[in-house]
Design a protein around this ligand. Structure first.
Ligand code: UDP
Length: 313
């Protein structure tokens, strides 16, 4: 039975990864300091093959016994979170990645880094291919996240080249689904609760900026394929279906049957204007492409929000 460590395992993506690995028969150690993760995300996973360890991965990670896979997902990941925790964000991307790589080397485990489309910054090439180096403002408010992840990628490649660690890097594009925190500030988990309450939908700027949203189940499938592959280069995983944020706000209003109007708010500093993954590499190397339509993914996500205590009647 493979034994896997998921750092950030109590977060949105981490908890879905833990769930998937359990389904694939792994023993899973979920490590999280619960700064943005929550026990509620992993309560349903309790079983003999699942163990939760509360630990901040910027500190030395000690685990007894063999480990086959290290999946490093620990990090604040929404703009609101990393603006509130800029130093922790830099630390977990740098020191945390170092500790997780050190553990993978020690245990001779495969290592997967959760990187991000943010490493492309406000891109000057469109769609973004993995060989595009990006357009990042290192000293802007988003720089703490973007540069931490860029450093994490560099460190991961160094461990691969210098220590021969079996590393993989996934560049995750905007993802949505159940277990996103309603107050994490990202578009979909903000819009859905606003729509359910018939409150104004807060669109930043004029809403013409674009994103491409991937349903979490598709993302996790792609990540698992990468994990068991022999590809050491970064791979974009995301849904190429690009839309404006205004279109997304209107789609959420329709899908919830809401009467919410749209309210325009100032655009955050350095908010990327466009974003769409080129997933040629994932298609060719992993045989992966997204399968869940926006309609179905939103249906699942809205249903989950409706079940949360603040909305359940
Ligand atoms: N956004 C918005 N209203 C919100 C939250 C986000 O218009 O209440 C916009 C945000 O400015 C960005 C897009 O939606 O252009 C996606 O934002 P998110 O925080 O979800 O992800 P990221 O900017 O990291 O892609």
């Amino acid at each position: 039975m493979p034994r896997s460590l998921v750092t950030g395992g109590a977060g949105f993506l981490g908890s879905h990864i833990c769930e998937y690995l359990l389904k694939k028969g792994h023993e899973v150690i979920c490590m999280d300091n619960l700064s943005t993760g929550a026990i509620a995300n992993i309560e349903h996973l309790q079983c003999e093959r699942f163990k939760f360890v509360k630990h901040d991965v910027t500190e030395y990670i000690y685990l007894a016994g063999p480990i086959d896979y290290v999946l490093h997902f620990a990090s604040p990941a929404s703009p609101v979170d990393y603006l509130q925790m800029p130093i922790q964000t830099l630390k977990v991307g740098a020191l945390g990645t170092h500790k997780a790589l050190g553990l993978a080397k020690e245990k001779n485990a495969a290592f997967l880094l959760a990187s991000t489309s943010e490493i492309y910054g406000d891109p000057k090439e469109h769609p973004q291919r993995e060989d595009y180096w990006g357009n990042v403002n290192p000293v802007g408010p988003r720089g703490v996240y973007d540069e931490a992840k860029r450093f994490a990628e560099a460190l991961t490649m160094a461990y691969h080249r210098f220590h021969n660690v079996n590393t993989k890097i996934v560049r995750i594009f905007n993802t949505y689904g159940p277990r996103m925190r309603p107050h994490d500030g990202r578009a979909i988990p903000t819009f859905v609760p606003q729509a359910l309450r018939h409150e104004p939908i807060t669109v930043f700027g004029d809403g013409s900026q674009t994103r491409s949203f991937c349903y979490v189940d598709d993302l996790v499938d792609g990540i698992y394929r990468l994990l068991i592959s022999s590809c050491h280069e970064p791979v974009n995983i995301g849904n190429p279906h690009e839309m404006t944020i205004k279109e997304m706000a209107e789609t959420v209003v329709r899908a919830t049957g809401s009467s919410s109007p749209i309210e325009y708010k100032p655009l955050p500093i350095d908010d990327p204007q466009i974003r769409q993954p080129d997933i040629t590499r994932a298609r060719q190397l992993l045989g992966w492409q997204p399968r869940v339509s926006l309609e179905d993914g939103l249906k699942q996500t809205i249903a989950w929000f409706r079940r949360q205590p603040e909305f359940a009647k």
